[in-house]
Write a protein that binds this ligand. Structure first.
Ligand code: CAO
Length: 426
């Protein structure tokens, strides 16, 4: 049986392109069309297929090698049928590459080069299989951040992207307008020095229309208050595991969630959504699913902690940690962002005192929590050092009045007071 050299096919104008993956191994049987190596230019990557079938005798290249058209990749011992076919007619390997490029860029009439698989003028590292998968799901692969080396996009990345509903093609119409909308300025930033234009992270792009909509349509008022959580903190720091006796690490946020839910029960308008202002319809929710703003490297996400009223402090603390991690790993389903009562946005672990959170529409209020600090407070006739938690409640003034907001905050304050801390923990 004949030995056949498999060489680098026509890859357009590219020379010295790096091999980033060897997809086969010695002695392996390969079939015509199987990918054997992945090449990566500074623009994109492409898998190179073999146009002959047979058993690999020798691989002549390794990862990191730079190759150009005609360089030997590997030698195979041609299979029987292959030998017959080869004798009949030599196929042109560049046709195989052409097929691959066609798969990647269906509408492209350009030459089949590596450059052709660059989408939206943005280079994307992904195998043809992953690109095809993304295309079948109607997803623009250039929107996806790859999790592998050099940002290479995997099938898993595509799935997560689609799961999270981050597909620009699926964004509401007005998002397009918002994306396009730009306040004009009479100069270019670059006139004043060096600049760098980067992509806005997808989650920020996705959140943008909701934030703009909420900010522009809801008459926000923010009520600030300070809560003395000295006793709550003492209690929190004293909690130990029932069996091991070890100190429990419970986030203050678990207490705040509980306190919030007790207030929501007393003030149902905070757990509502306006259905139709013209018709005068409002929905009151009988469940208590609290949204928690989670800061991730991809942008802010607001998953819901369900049925906070039915869970204890320890359970809530654990669940919060887990759900925050799921957001950060992009392993969360978009349904987990739906159906909230009210949101808590806590910057307590970071810093600052007071801010003006934007309501997470269709909710009608959001509780901002800042970092607690030791402060000198006049208690009776004496000044005492107490731990003070700043809170900022933004509410929809169409539904909630200022007095109600103040009472709501008072309720939260009382719920975080010493007597309630014990009850909340049960
Ligand atoms: N005051 C003082 N310390 C606080 C605090 C507060 N209000 N809240 C939390 N802390 C402490 C915690 O106890 C923890 O201390 P230790 O490390 O000593 O145990 C530390 O700060 C770090 O807390 P954390 O932020 O990791 O955890 P958390 O439970 O407080 O918050 C989460 C979890 C997911 C809400 C948080 O990680 C996060 O992403 N916050 C940012 C939210 C955000 O960006 N909001 C702004 C949105 S714009 O509206």
């Amino acid at each position: 049986m004949a030995n056949i050299d498999i060489k680098v096919p026509n890859i357009g104008d590219f020379k010295n392109v790096e091999i980033i993956e060897i997809l086969v191994s010695d002695d392996q049987e390969i079939k015509k069309g199987d990918s054997i190596i992945t090449l990566e230019s500074d623009k994109s990557s492409v898998e190179v297929p073999t146009n002959h079938s047979g058993r690999i005798i020798k691989i002549n290249v390794k990862v990191g090698d730079k190759v150009s058209e005609g360089d030997l990749i590997l030698k195979i011992e041609a299979s029987k049928t292959e030998t017959l076919k080869t004798n009949k007619k030599e196929t042109n390997i560049s046709k195989e590459i052409y097929k691959i490029s066609e798969k990647v860029e269906d509408n492209s009439e350009n030459r089949p080069t590596i450059q052709n698989i660059t989408t939206n003028n943005k280079s994307v590292l992904a195998s043809p299989k992953v690109r095809k998968f993304a295309r079948e799901l109607g997803t623009d692969i250039s929107q996806i951040s790859g999790s592998e080396r050099l940002g290479r996009v995997t099938e898993e990345d595509v799935k997560n992207f689609v799961k999270l509903g981050l597909n620009q093609n699926q964004l509401p119409k007005n998002n397009e307008e918002i994306q396009k909308s730009k306040i004009k300025i009479d100069y270019e930033h670059s006139e004043f020095g060096e600049i760098e234009v980067k992509d806005i992270p997808r989650i920020k792009k996705l959140a943008a229309p909701h934030l703009v909509n909420s900010f522009n349509t809801i008459p926000h008022v923010t009520h600030h208050d300070e809560i003395d959580i000295t006793e709550m903190e003492k209690f929190r720091n004293s909690l130990t595991d029932h069996y091991t006796g070890e100190k429990l690490k419970i986030t203050p946020l678990a207490f705040i969630m509980k306190a919030l839910v007790i207030a929501l029960k007393k003030f149902p308008s905070f757990n509502s959504s306006i259905e139709d202002m013209k018709e005068g319809k409002i929905t009151f929710k009988k469940y208590f699913h609290v949204g928690i703003a989670v800061d991730t490297s991809n942008g802010l996400m607001v998953p819901k902690i369900r049925e906070v009223d039915k869970k204890n402090i320890q359970h809530l603390s654990k669940e919060l940690k887990e759900i925050a991690q799921k957001c950060r790993d992009l392993k969360i389903d978009k349904k987990e962002f739906y159906g909230g009562s009210m949101t808590i946005s806590s910057l307590g672990g970071i810093g600052g005192s007071f801010f003006t959170p934007i309501i997470n529409y269709p909710e009608v209020a959001i509780l901002g929590v800042s970092k607690s600090n030791k402060k000198q407070i006049l208690l009776g006739k004496e000044f005492k050092i107490r731990t003070i938690l700043p809170i900022s409640l933004s509410y929809d003034h169409r539904i909630i009045d200022g007095a109600e907001a103040a009472r709501f905050c008072n309720e939260i304050r009382d719920n975080l007071g010493k007597n309630f801390a014990f009850k909340l923990a049960i």
